[in-house]
Design a binder for this molecule. Structure first.
Ligand code: AMP
Ligand code: TRP
Length: 329
């Protein structure tokens, strides 16, 4: 069975974008692949997080993983800091990454271009840690949203470089970006990604938003003044985004949805999208509440850490041996 690995960085509440672009796919893949998913808590602190809030977000994220249908028996689910090999291999990867490569990473470039002050060294070397996350497990595939593809491509380069330099040690992974839903846009500004750090809060649906709020956000989504429902990403990006959300959640082709609502008002389409989103979220939120009331989270994390460490520690030992870090008696 091929192995698949992915992570989410809960620097805030998980969003509908995370669900459609990542989580939902993890759940679908767990029957056909050996699935490893983790909470990338080390990645969270590349920017300051209020400690109590961070801790709450981590708990919520694990609970939401389970609520969305990840099964701890089929999949390995763990917290990054529970497996020490990540930080250690992350450092080794940083020593095999060139500054030029890190300078080219769009996530970092965008932040510097915005003139953000106080950017940390951790933010800069984040792709090295991400490469370690992936390579420790010899993952064949890494399902991610569009924005993370570049990081997986760098991981491929680093894996190949180290295999050439030190002898075969890593599987070269492939990014897996879904055709529909890989980039869900803000409901208030369809030129921007739906993101946890949405300033207005209206453009982003959080998985734990109450359903009335969700409906309101969708009904007031920014569209256009063409008054004509068509699938036109360039000229009608807001509408396109709403149709993409509904398509990702129902599995119906986008064109079929656009055709069904052609000739009707935007409000009717928005009502349909709200129904679809709320139905899915209601199930997730019910599961979430049940999980939070149980002691399941601790058990899941303990089991996950044990399964993940067994793989990661063996790989780290091999890497250290190959690069000559160990003293051999
Ligand atoms: P992050 O929240 O940045 O840790 O992202 C976790 C996963 O969700 C990554 O695979 C992202 O690519 C994906 N993701 C985040 N936001 C979106 C979005 N708006 N649309 C689709 N995928 C997303
Ligand atoms: N960088 C990813 C994000 O922000 C999260 C992440 C960390 C990840 N390590 C990973 C995703 C390894 C896939 C594989 O979304």
């Amino acid at each position: 069975m091929k192995r698949m690995l992915s992570g989410i960085k809960p620097t805030g509440q998980l969003t509908l974008g995370n669900y459609i672009g990542a989580l939902k796919n993890f759940v679908a893949y767990q029957d056909d692949y050996e699935m490893i998913v983790f909470i990338a808590n080390l990645h969270c602190i590349t920017e300051y997080q209020e400690p109590k809030e961070l801790s709450r977000n981590l708990t919520d994220a694990i609970a939401l993983y389970l609520a969305c249908g990840l099964d701890p028996v089929k999949s390995t689910i763990f917290l990054q800091t529970d497996v020490h090999a990540h930080a250690e291999l992350g450092y080794i990867m940083a020593c095999n990454t060139y500054l030029g490569e890190l300078n080219r990473m769009t996530q970092f470039k965008d932040k510097s271009a915005k003139g953000e002050k106080n950017m940390t060294a951790g933010l800069y070397t984040y792709p090295c840690l991400m490469a370690a996350d992936i390579l420790l497990y010899d993952a064949n595939y890494v399902p991610v949203g569009e924005d993370q593809k570049q990081h997986v491509e760098l991981t491929r380069d680093l894996a190949q470089r180290m295999n050439n330099k030190y002898g075969e040690m890593f599987t070269v992974p492939e990014p897996l970006v879904a055709k529909v839903g890989a980039r869900i846009m803000s409901l208030q500004d369809p030129s921007k990604k739906m993101s946890k750090s949405d300033e207005t809060n209206k453009g982003c649906i959080y998985l734990l938003d109450d359903l009335k709020t969700v409906r309101k956000k969708i009904m007031s989504a920014v569209t256009d003044s063409f008054a004509d429902i068509k699938l036109d990403k360039i000229n009608q990006p807001g509408l396109y985004n709403l149709i993409e959300i509904a398509s990702a959640l129902t599995g119906r082709p986008m064109q079929e949805i656009a055709d069904e609502f052609h000739g009707q008002g935007y409000g009717v389409l928005k009502g349909y999208v709200a129904d679809v989103v709320c139905a899915e979220m209601e199930k997730i939120q019910n599961n979430y509440r049940e999980i939070m009331d149980s002691h399941k989270i601790e058990e899941v994390l303990a089991l996950g850490a044990k399964k993940a460490s067994a793989i990661a520690d063996t790989k780290l030992d091999l890497v250290k041996r190959k690069i000559g870090l160990e003293i051999i008696y």
